[in-house]
Design a binder for this molecule. Structure first.
Ligand SMILES: [Zn+2]
Ligand SMILES: [Zn+2]
Length: 208
């Protein structure tokens, strides 16, 4: 789905869409399955560009980080993006920018961008404040911005990390692979790595 920013030029536009994103595309090995991702929100004009605020809802199944058992999850998240014309992009950021924000740049009718910035010639010298605020800013050269990459990026942030089937999951035995939740195995406990590290530190200290 593409966002047409220009549609919100005069008045806000309500949007809703269901994205079908194959779990494999997100390159998260622990992700077993992912439902449709529904977005509802509102696109409106902001100071220098446009603001899109809304809510993402999705669910799915991930593998337990310790024993790989399937763990279902449900997510409902508030999301927002600020769209700014490319000429508002702070110069020092251009080189460091990741490819994602540059993506909409593929189509490049240069003349169009000036229009969105008009009427707000505010000096953009925020200097050091760029960091956090800047994360959700999408710079555009064209009023038509592909929405799917933004949704996928958001999913990467919001998919569960290291989910456990239960807090005290015993996990798989690193030696024989048995599920230790089902039954203890007979493997000897591995040597404690912490002592090894301490030993190395002590030995290094001795040499100095
Ligand atoms: Zn588990
Ligand atoms: Zn074992």
């Amino acid at each position: 789905m593409d966002l047409n920013l220009e549609a919100a030029f005069d008045e806000p536009v309500d949007l809703s869409h269901e994205f079908e994103i194959p779990a494999g595309r997100l390159e998260r090995p622990e992700l077993v399955s992912l439902s449709k991702v529904s977005f509802t929100g509102r696109l409106e004009r902001a100071d220098l560009g446009f603001l899109l605020e809304g809510r993402l809802a999705f669910s799915g199944v991930v593998g337990c980080a310790r024993c790989l058992a399937p763990v279902p999850f449900v997510r409902k998240e508030e999301v927002s993006w600020t769209f700014m014309p490319a000429h508002e992009k702070p110069l020092e950021k251009v080189k460091a920018e990741k490819p994602r924000a540059d993506k909409p740049r593929a189509a490049k009718p240069a003349g169009k961008t000036a229009k969105a910035g008009k009427g707000a010639e505010k000096d953009d010298e925020d200097g050091d404040e760029l960091s956090v605020k800047d994360l959700d800013i999408v710079y555009y050269d064209d009023f038509v911005v592909p929405f799917d990459p933004l949704i996928e990026e958001q999913l990467q942030l919001e998919l569960p990390m290291k989910e456990l089937c239960r807090a005290d999951c015993r996990g798989l035995c690193p030696q024989c692979g048995a599920d230790r939740n089902a039954a203890p195995c007979d493997c000897a406990p591995p040597p404690d790595e912490r002592w090894k590290t301490l030993k190395t530190i002590l030995e290094t200290d001795d040499k100095n």
